[in-house]
Design a protein around this ligand. Structure first.
Ligand code: MRU
Length: 349
């Protein structure tokens, strides 16, 4: 079991949302507190909180705050205030499907209430329950994934799909945690994940904090480490998974998957069922484009000429043929995913 308390990324305390400010990591572990949903929206946009499941729960807490901020005296008024808040929270980041999932959960439950105070209580209780469920689901997912990993494996991960990307425990890093908890020895290679460096700032921080054997590599060393047998398996998280098994995750995931395929290294994706989008096709998915300074600067230091044109997509798509398995709380889907993914949802009913 866990000897070191897990980092709690986001929680509800005294009618406020408390988050770790991830923009300050790894230099400072500080917590910020919000009582206005507009500030939660800003926090999602500016990556104070990030990672698909964490922004899903943060969006839900944002709506819970909006219910407290509302001066409504009728059900219709509070629902209309919540719809306005939902729009602002939703427009922060377009790719991770957990955000809209979290917002919809709260809206659906709120609409079942009658009086204003009852709706407020329903919104708060549901958001708190979603946070607890996130931990439980990730632990189950981790356990399901751990059987795919062997004693003495060295596992590569990209971006941060850990405690810091969820409420606690993590998806891809949850699998790594559960593998270790099952008594196997496991080492991790974390890519630095330019441009925002979730790998070096967050994954390296989190795994070191929790006592894992973790090595950091520049993104450009993925080919070298795989070609030199320094990696046995890959596990990453996801922001959105289509029913066909197309996986949207942090920019660079596609390259990692391609190089893994070239070297015959199994490439796994770990995500809860709330990350699946069973309706969209690849052409419907909006890839978030982020600001140029993420690429033209490292921190505050300029590393590119003034006025340079920049292409800065936050996510890419890894096609199903590069993926060995998708690990969820309902089991592991193996190719062909068009057949195995619907079965996971059946099993979870
Ligand atoms: O831009 P970010 O940091 O929100 O991107 C996060 C990722 O791409 C994660 O891998 C993904 O959300 C899965 S988190 C469990």
């Amino acid at each position: 079991m866990h000897n070191i308390p897990l980092l709690r990324t986001v929680e509800w305390k005294n009618n406020k949302v408390v988050m770790i400010d991830q923009t300050k990591l790894p230099n400072e572990l500080i917590f910020v507190e919000y009582s206005d949903y507009n500030d939660v929206a800003k926090a999602i946009k500016t990556l104070v909180v990030r990672g698909a499941p964490a922004i899903g729960v943060s969006g839900a807490f944002g709506l819970a705050l909006a219910s407290l901020q509302s001066n409504a005296s009728t059900k219709e008024q509070i629902i209309s205030d919540l719809e306005k808040a939902k729009k602002i929270l939703f427009e922060t980041r377009p790719t991770a499907v957990n955000l809209v999932w979290g917002l919809d959960q709260i809206m659906n439950i709120a609409k079942q209430g009658n009086a204003v105070d009852e709706i407020r209580q329903l919104a708060i209780n549901t958001a708190k329950q979603m946070a607890e469920d996130d931990i439980r689901i990730n632990m189950q997912l981790g356990k399901n994934g751990s059987i795919l990993f062997d004693n003495n494996d060295t596992v590569m991960t990209h971006c941060n799909a850990g405690s810091l990307a969820t409420v606690a425990y993590g998806t891809a890093l949850g699998v790594i945690r559960a593998t270790k908890e099952s008594g196997k020895s496991i080492k991790v290679i974390a890519t630095e994940t330019r441009p925002v460096q979730q790998g070096s700032r967050l994954t390296a921080f989190e795994l070191k904090h929790d006592g894992f054997d973790v090595s950091l590599i520049p993104d450009t060393a993925v080919g070298y480490t795989m070609a030199n047998n320094l990696v046995n398996k890959v596990v990453v998280g996801a922001d959105r998974i289509l029913r066909t098994g197309h996986v949207y995750n942090k920019i660079g995931t596609y390259q990692v998957a391609l190089i893994a395929k070239q070297h015959g290294i199994p490439f796994y994706v770990a995500a809860p069922l709330s990350t699946f989008d069973m309706k969209s096709n690849p052409q419907d998915v909006i890839i978030e484009q982020r600001k140029a300074t993420e690429v033209t600067q490292i921190g505050d230091k300029k590393t590119a000429p003034d006025g340079i044109k920049v292409i800065n997509p936050a996510f890419d798509m890894t096609p199903p043929e590069l993926i060995s398995g998708i690990i969820t709380e309902a089991g592991v889907a193996k190719p062909p995913f068009v057949e195995s993914i619907p079965k996971l949802f059946e099993a979870n009913k």
